[in-house]
Design a binder for this molecule. Sequence first.
Ligand code: ATR
Length: 277
Amino acid sequence: MTAKPIPLAGVIGNPISHSKSPRLFRHWLRTYDIAGHYVPLHVAERDLADVIRTLPRMGFVGINVTIPHKVAVMEIADLVTDRATLIGAANTVIFRKDGKIHADNTDGYGFIANLRAGAPGWRPDVGPAAVLGAGGAARAVIASLLDVGVPQILLSNRTRPKAEALQAEFGRRIKVVDWVQAGNMFEDSATVVNTTSLGMEGQPELRVPLDGLQRGAVVTDLVYAPLRTRLLQVADEAGCVTVDGLGMLLHQAVPGFERWFGVRPEVDVDTRAAVLA
Ligand code: ATR
């Protein structure tokens, strides 16, 4: 009789030491008493394909993928999900028993699951959403907001052509607003999302005027260091419902953990505490 292999998973990036995923996955492995391991893998771009093709032979059942490999990994995969194709990046790779490498993107899922958990009364269809930023993270946010039925997205980015490119791709429900007028988007918006790096520790502050934020609007910031960004503080004071960005990181990891280790993990206060420790 052969012993059952211990499942291995990890996160692959360059650099990788800052990643919170090992702490998160190890917390869940302990919580659910699962014999498995989750490791950070620091891999250079030139080695990515070799490493990914080798991992299944070493007992890996899957990996999370982070910067700078989220696009390149789709080329290596045998199968890319529709949502990863739509977002243009993959963050979760599954090594299937039949040898096929399957690339998925759970960022949009994590974004929506975090909003629903943090703002239980959130109704995406009641009004437009304002989105700041048009980079990689914005793609996942836009795709998932459209998917859950937001009627219109007001999109503003410092570099306007990048917002226009997203409009061309995602269609007429996107309306581009000039960066100098970004503050005007909030007056009409039921949902507000910052996808830029502004407000993050070590980055410039988000200077967009926030006095248009509406009481009752749901406001979230993908920046989670600090947890309470200026956007969220001002939104709280304006009577908005605020949801911090740490939850997106936690929720996006749920589908991978369930697939690899066979248990759907809870995102709860202990999970947050374990990651923040
Ligand atoms: P991510 O994958 O986190 O979205 P990204 O693709 O590099 O990272 O996107 C960063 C976003 O933050 C972009 O929308 C960027 O605006 P530009 O497209 O104009 O670069 C935005 N951003 C970064 N620094 C900024 C700054 N100082 N002022 C305004 N926007 C900024």
